[in-house]
Design a binder for this molecule. Structure first.
Ligand code: OAD
Length: 240
């Protein structure tokens, strides 16, 4: 048994599904309508920046529409964090801002953020709530056509990996929510946590590609399963 002093929660598209944002894989997923290599790689952006901008512009518009709100899974995580005495880090693969809207504070967006843009010339990162176009100029360096979404594409290094590894190496509990376990390095986080003898829990609609790595598994919709799990966790001081 281990005292619960440090918790890392990895989230994926499944946690935002009940807020109305589509997941990537499976029926109705984003990758059913687009090919990764056409819209989510540096090569795609070099080849057809307008197509890549259209893809992210439409996802940004959807995220900003009035009906997209955090659901009870996002809200339960934020409430747990504010009541928890120890260290608590949310590592999300999601580029939406629903964790922040729910009130999460200690959060890493390892695949970047849809509501930020980056200038490829001067590297300035700023918030963006409108469409980005190839004709736009950077407010800082004045260059035209250098702005891109501040997201991580396939073939690029995810953000804040040192920070994530430090948290994984000392966490007592690792919880994975709403991710299919198909994309590394995130899919390997459970093995790092296991290596340090953490308790690991998968909460997902269905067994993920890496379900055998988890010590505890809970299957069902995140918006009901995660609040239930966190309510029970509040009464515990040890795991394992
Ligand atoms: P996926 O679309 O691969 O997987 C989503 C998972 O959530 C699936 O296992 C679903 O069964 C599950 N799920 C769906 N609805 C759920 C619900 N209501 N409650 C709980 N689970 C639910 O999405 P990710 O694993 O997040 O990367 O994908 C990882 C990365 O691949 C993304 O960050 C993105 C993508 O390509 C980049 O774009 C770099």
């Amino acid at each position: 048994m281990r005292e619960i002093e440090s918790i890392v929660v990895l989230t994926g598209a499944g946690i935002s599904a009940e807020s109305g944002l589509p997941t990537f894989r499976g029926a109705g997923g984003v990758w059913e309508h687009y090919r990764v290599e056409d819209v989510a790689s540096p090569q795609a952006f070099a080849r057809d920046p307008q197509l890549v901008h259209r893809f992210y512009n439409s996802r940004r518009q959807k995220l900003l529409s009035a009906n997209i709100k955090p659901n009870s899974a996002h809200l339960a995580l934020a409430a747990f964090e504010s009541a928890f005495d120890g260290e608590f880090l949310v590592v999300t693969q999601n580029i939406d801002n629903l964790h922040e809207q729910a009130g999460s504070e200690n959060i890493v967006h390892m695949h970047g953020e849809l509501l930020k843009k980056r200038c490829q010339q001067c590297l300035q990162v700023t918030f963006v709530y409108e469409d980005i176009n190839t004709s736009d100029g950077c407010e800082r360096c004045g260059k035209q056509g250098t702005l891109r979404p501040h997201v991580v594409w396939f073939g690029e290094m995810p953000l804040e990996m040192d920070h994530i590894h430090q948290a994984l190496e000392k966490c007592d509990l690792f919880i994975s929510v709403g991710t299919s376990g198909n994309v590394y390095p995130a899919a390997g986080f459970v093995d790092i946590a296991n290596m340090w003898n953490s308790h690991s829990v998968e909460i997902n609609l269905e067994p993920s590609a890496i379900e055998s790595s988890f010590k505890e598994k809970i299957y069902g919709p995140a918006a009901s399963m995660l609040p239930k799990f966190l309510t029970q966790l509040q009464t515990k001081t040890t795991v394992g």
